[in-house]
Design a protein around this ligand. Structure first.
Ligand code: FES
Length: 261
């Protein structure tokens, strides 16, 4: 009776939604991180999110994110906490890999999905780094927001396939472009046989030539051009109908197929 009386008096003054459901404010924050001029292609910077400007709080490993500018110029912002046993990873530009120093997990920097080491054997979604949404404004300022996933746990990256699944139901004959990162670099001939096996056409190949520090990152619009220039291919854009792209996504050499906007 006492508790009920207290609630009756305080009820109108309480925000019950906030009180009963702990809101994850990180999903609503939008924070400036740097300017695009501060990050050369194929490099990374580390930043705290959400930033408080209190060094003790901002130094918490679970607030650390790595902003990577890929050789293609695209940006990715991943939690620095490895989903294996929570060490902090680093980006190795020569190998073009995210590597964890503790037990050797390696992540694909395009997707944040673990491709080697103990994290790669963990069941989905515990095999991929949580990711922030990244936007660049007209001045080149980079903003992050909307955490996708849980630090140290992973994210539901397979829902990237949901757009393709919907299209397969609504317009099964409409050709679309998908971005396809590989678990390990393929030769150009392997890419040619993989894409013809699933009846999709490569429209852009992302690869490299040279070893270690000499490595050069390349793009090619055709298989012939890639044959002439590349030693390895780490991803492709392909054109095909949604059903074929979904079959390709199940191939063991493929991480996932992301629908291009
Ligand atoms: S903590 Fe990263 S591989 Fe074990």
């Amino acid at each position: 009776v006492f508790a009920a009386s207290i609630l009756a008096v305080l009820g109108p003054f309480l925000s019950w939604g906030d009180f009963l459901i702990r809101k994850d404010t990180r999903k609503e924050l939008r924070q400036r991180v740097a300017n695009i001029k501060d990050i050369p292609p194929n490099s990374r910077i580390t930043f705290p999110f959400p930033q408080t400007n209190n060094p003790q709080i901002d130094g918490d490993p679970f607030r650390q994110y790595g902003l990577i500018r890929l050789p293609t110029g695209e940006l990715r912002a991943y939690s620095k906490v490895c989903v294996h046993l929570w060490c902090l990873w680093d980006y190795f530009s020569t190998e073009r890999e995210i590597q964890c120093p503790c037990h050797g997990s390696v992540y694909n920097p395009d997707t944040g999905v673990a491709v080697r080491g103990p994290a790669s054997f963990q069941p989905y979604p515990n095999n991929s780094l949580p990711q922030l949404k990244v936007e660049v404004d007209g001045n080149g300022d980079i903003f992050v927001s909307q955490l996708d996933g849980r630090m140290g746990y992973g994210r539901e990256w397979k829902r990237l396939l949901s757009g393709l699944i919907e299209l397969n139901g609504a317009s099964p004959g409409q050709e679309v472009t998908g971005y396809v990162p590989f678990r390990r670099p393929l030769t150009v001939s392997e890419v040619e046989s993989l894409t013809s096996r699933y009846s999709v056409r490569p429209t852009m190949l992302y690869g490299y030539r040279g070893q270690a520090k000499e490595r050069e990152w390349l793009k090619a619009e055709t298989i012939q051009q890639a044959q002439a220039e590349m030693e390895g291919v780490y991803a492709v854009d392909v054109l095909g109908i949604p059903g074929d792209l979904l079959r390709l996504a199940d191939d063991k050499s493929v991480v996932v197929v992301m629908l291009r906007e």
